[in-house]
Design a protein around this ligand. Structure first.
Ligand SMILES: Cc1ncc(COP(=O)(O)O)c(C=O)c1O
Length: 220
């Protein structure tokens, strides 16, 4: 499928692994195949791995470890709960990073120093305890919703991408109904041209996830 999308104009291939909105995690095998395709066409891979710690079935595999022509992007927002601190980082081929560095210096100047000090402290922490709680929330959602919604993927990140029940016209209508019940979810159209899926996030504490699940059951 990836192969068919490549044209002579293709310069880069963007991967987000683990994925937002689907929660999908690409296997090492799949990533090796993607790297092979990129290599055959001399294409750069841009790999957003901000959810790298959030995998529940298999360990995270970074495509940059086998394909040097990869720009790997990451940040502190997710693993260290630092959303809003505006701190990320990237690695990649020296020449590209030098050019990006040049641009960043004159466009954004630098990350703010408060975030940098906080990030240094964050690196002393181990996110695995927090990830365990996410795994519990994920398991709870699968157990509770499997009878009501078809659940695929969601092996990583903290999202489920679920099909809108047939009694609703589209994801907008479903999300509006959810919102009337005080549940905030996103229609699939926020991520693709398709509007028959919706995304839920289980970033919230378990007690709120439980409330959300009850509402989703009611709406099914
Ligand atoms: C896939 C992905 N990449 C990057 C980000 C950026 O996070 P932030 O802007 O908080 O650093 C997000 C945030 O939701 C994300 O889902």
């Amino acid at each position: 499928m990836v192969k068919n999308k490549i044209t002579p104009n293709t310069k880069a291939l963007l991967i987000n692994n683990p994925n937002n909105p689907s929660g999908a995690v690409y296997s090492e095998n799949e990533l090796k195949k993607i790297a092979e395709i990129a290599d055959n066409h001399n294409i750069i891979i841009i790999s957003d791995e901000i959810y790298e710690h959030f995998t529940y079935a298999e360990n995270h595999f970074s495509i940059g470890s086998i394909y040097p022509n990869t720009i790997t992007m990451n940040g502190f927002s997710k693993a260290y709960a630092m959303t809003g601190w505006r701190l990320g980082y990237m690695t990649g081929p020296e020449k590209i990073i030098e050019t990006i560095n040049n641009l960043i210096q004159y466009i954004v100047f630098s990350s703010n120093s408060i975030s940098q000090v906080a990030a240094l402290k964050a690196l002393e922490l181990d996110p695995s305890e927090m990830i365990k709680k996410y795994a519990e929330k994920r398991r709870y959602i699968i157990d509770e919703l499997s009878d009501h919604y078809e659940i695929n993927g969601a092996q990583g990140a903290y999202y489920f991408f679920l099909k809108v029940p047939p009694k609703y016209k589209d994801a907008y209508e479903f999300c509006q109904e959810a919102s009337k019940n005080k549940l905030m979810i996103l229609p699939g159209s926020a991520f693709s041209q398709n509007n028959s899926y919706f995304r839920i996030s289980y970033g919230a504490p378990m007690k709120d996830v439980k409330r959300g699940v009850e509402i989703l059951k009611k709406l099914a």
